[in-house]
Design a protein around this ligand. Structure first.
Ligand code: C5P
Length: 255
């Protein structure tokens, strides 16, 4: 199927389905663990299962595809209401591109939406996913969750500040990022394997994704000190400290 002419709101079909694609094939080398960070146990279960539970709680998502590295056996014992493809690539962009091909092969339409979300952003909530979906549903391009930069931004070389950048127009890109499947395939093909998010690829073909306010809690667990913070937040939610979380304690019931 050819791409929709993406600059016209009239192209937005109300029958388009939404899929979630979770790239989960990274080694997480910055985390300092001897296994991929997305499988580290946090608040009683592996990080990626928290991520998947949030998506499973969003009923208007038609299906979830997890992309893992070849030979990864994690999901052979952690089964749930999601499909797993061992088509991970050398970079995140390659893993996403391979996952998009699988979605198409398995019946998704090129004009369906896909929400791409890092396995390692385990603090995402159904409310934030729904916020992005509501904002993008009628958008001709699609968009992403992001956070306005709070701190002052420095360019640094060899531990010396080279410049201070204006921050008023700077945002930190998060995931999910939501685009039409074939638009994103074309964008990733154009941008190449080094893009670190989907928006960069879509920008590279001349489009301007919509930015939707995310949450500071939706950080990507990356460095060793991030695990304790993520665990404390997850434990606070399951103890009832955040009642918006109580709806998705198990993965994938009733889709
Ligand atoms: O490495 P980074 O933290 O940027 O990875 C973001 C997400 O992309 C993680 O969920 C990771 O598992 C995934 N990834 C992937 N394939 C790669 C590299 C990263 O699916 N080759």
């Amino acid at each position: 199927m050819s791409d929709t002419p993406e600059n016209s709101p009239a192209d937005v079909s109300s029958t388009a389905r939404c899929w979630a694609l979770i790239p989960c094939a990274g080694s997480g080398s910055r985390a300092g663990l001897d296994h991929p960070k997305q499988y580290q146990s946090l608040a009683g279960r592996p990080m990626v299962l928290h991520t998947l539970a949030a998506f499973a709680a969003v009923r208007r998502i038609s299906g979830i595809l997890v992309v893992v590295a070849a030979g990864d056996s994690f999901f052979s014992i952690h089964k749930g209401d999601y499909r797993v493809a061992d088509c991970g690539g050398a970079t995140r962009a390659e893993s996403v591109a391979n996952g998009l091909n699988i979605l198409r092969e398995q019946g998704a339409s090129g004009s369906d939406w896909v929400l791409v979300h890092d396995a390692a952003r385990c603090l995402i909530t159904p409310a934030q996913i729904n916020l992005l979906m509501d904002a993008c549903a009628a958008d001709p391009v699609g968009g992403l969750l992001a956070l306005p930069l709070a701190d002052t931004l420095k360019c640094v070389l060899d531990a010396r500040v080279m410049a201070t950048l204006q921050r008023h127009d700077k945002w930190l890109a998060q995931t999910p990022q939501m685009f039409r499947i074939d638009l994103l395939r074309r964008a990733l093909g154009h941008a190449g394997p080094e893009m670190t998010d989907e928006s960069s690829a879509v920008e590279s073909i001349g489009l301007q994704p919509l930015v939707v306010n995310g949450s500071a809690q939706n950080f990507k667990v990356t460095y060793p000190e991030d695990f304790a913070l993520a665990q404390a937040l997850l434990q606070g939610r399951s103890a009832g400290g955040d009642d918006s979380d109580n709806r998705w304690t198990t993965v994938g019931e009733g889709r």
